[in-house]
Design a protein around this ligand. Structure first.
Ligand SMILES: NC(=O)c1ccc[n+]([C@@H]2O[C@H](COP(=O)([O-])OP(=O)(O)OC[C@H]3O[C@@H](n4cnc5c(N)ncnc54)[C@H](OP(=O)(O)O)[C@@H]3O)[C@@H](O)[C@H]2O)c1
Length: 331
């Protein structure tokens, strides 16, 4: 049954460390007054995780301004986000902007500040992914992922930072990924961009702390969003097997079985998180002033030990890639 091993692992974690977000219902809920009266700009707020964070912030009393490229998606998302408001004082807006253009973002942020004053929160959720075999992926996809995921994050921060510095406070949240903490087959371009976001966030946290501006980085696992649904179509068999979504047709003994079950457990056991669960984890992490926000408690637990775990993961990856290649008839 999909997710059984994961459920057991989460149960064990909770037994030791207390309740986790993943165990929650994922329903949008008000979590207190922390975000009430605050103002947030969310890039990529028209879809998936960004939209779920926007709705949750709205249902916690924050004013929310979303930025993305597609006007139709922006308008639909804005209606949903406004529908979650709890007071008439909250303000909302949707702005067309491409995060790869610093000039465009600067103009969008200026318009938001003129309308609503300086933001307290910036969430960088705009992102793209293009999985595939390294030697087959067009070079342009590597640049695009770096441009949107890394430079898009950097541009938004540079556009917002002068206002946060002037206010003497702020909180910046950057979406990295589990693929920004451990290399995954088929994700050479994406992993590079998300490792960049994580490294950038670590350095930025130290620099901005004296200015009373907090930085957090989020490392979600697979989350059911339009992005994930699209990328699943493009994933090589090796990716799906190393993520435990496809069981090898033939296992050559207990080591292969161990490799498969180990990766299945750590990759979520075929069970995706919902965008709402990730949003709840993000708001909880922000309230607790966490730098690293891991919505999946198992990965959050493993993260500090990744230096020890990566050699084991690599051993399992290599075995499963061999099995997948044999299944594809390439070995
Ligand atoms: N879903 C997952 O499994 C998962 C796991 C780990 C990390 N993440 C990360 O979480 C973030 C959100 O992902 P998601 O799954 O919610 O994706 P999604 O549903 O595809 O949403 C992506 C958002 O980014 C916007 N966007 C894309 N390119 C943009 C650009 N150049 N300028 C401005 N906005 C842009 C999109 O709107 P437009 O296309 O209209 O511009 C959309 O609003 C991403 O950074 C992603 O890499 C996702």
């Amino acid at each position: 049954m999909p997710g059984t091993s994961r459920a057991r692992a989460v149960f064990c974690y909770e037994a030791v460390f207390g309740p986790t977000t993943r165990g929650g219902s994922g329903n949008m809920r008000n979590t207190g007054t922390y975000f009430s009266g605050k103002s947030a700009i969310i890039t990529g707020g028209s879809s998936g995780i960004g939209k779920a964070i926007a709705r949750l912030l709205a249902s916690n009393g924050a004013s929310v301004f979303i930025v993305a490229r597609d006007q139709e998606k922006l308008s639909g998302a804005l209606r949903e986000i406004e529908g979650a408001r709890i007071t008439t004082e909250q303000r909302f807006g949707a702005f067309r902007g491409d995060v790869t253009s610093f000039d465009e973002l600067t103009a969008v942020v200026r318009a938001i500040v003129e309308a609503d004053g300086p933001p307290d929160i910036l969430i960088n959720s705009a992102g793209v992914v293009c999985p595939g075999y390294f030697e087959e992926l067009p070079l342009s996809t590597f640049r695009e992922q770096m441009d949107v995921n890394y430079f898009g994050t950097l541009h938004a921060i540079r556009a917002v930072l002068p206002y946060m510095m002037e206010q003497g406070q702020g909180h910046i949240v950057n979406l990295s990924s589990v693929a920004g903490a451990i290399g995954v087959f088929g994700y050479t371009g994406y992993a590079a961009s998300k490792f960049a976001v994580r490294g950038f966030s670590e350095a930025l946290r130290i620099e901005l702390k004296p200015h009373n501006i907090r930085v957090s980085v989020v490392i979600p696992e697979d989350t059911d969003t339009p992005q994930l649904r699209g990328e699943r179509e493009m994933q090589p068999l090796e990716t799906r097997m190393t993520e435990g979504m496809v069981r090898p047709e033939r296992l050559d003994g207990p080591r292969d079985a161990l490799a498969y079950w180990f990766m299945r457990l750590f990759a979520g056991g075929g069970e995706d998180m919902t965008a709402e669960q990730v949003a709840e984890a993000v708001l909880k992490g922000m309230r607790r002033r966490r730098f690293l926000i891991a919505p999946d408690p198992l990965f959050g637990f493993a993260y500090p030990w990744r230096g020890l775990l990566i050699p084991v993961a690599n051993w399992a990856f290599d075995r499963l890639v061999r099995l997948a290649r044999r299944q594809r008839g390439t070995q």
